[in-house]
Write a protein of this length. Sequence first.
Length: 76
Amino acid sequence: MRMTKILSLLLLFWVITGFNLVSNVETKVFICKGKSSKRYHYDKHCRGLSNCSTKTFEVSLSEAKDLGRTLCGWED
């Protein structure tokens, strides 16, 4: 009986949270760390990265936004 209640509560929690068990997965984007770099890119081969003076780095979308980056004009 007690196990049934626990399972029911877990199922209810799962339903309420939208079945999202991997909520900590973040979107990865690419940035250039050059002095004048201001954008992030979903595509590693975006033409907006062609003038990058450093190598490109993969970071989370939230990290890119924290760095003040905005979406590349070629990708919006």
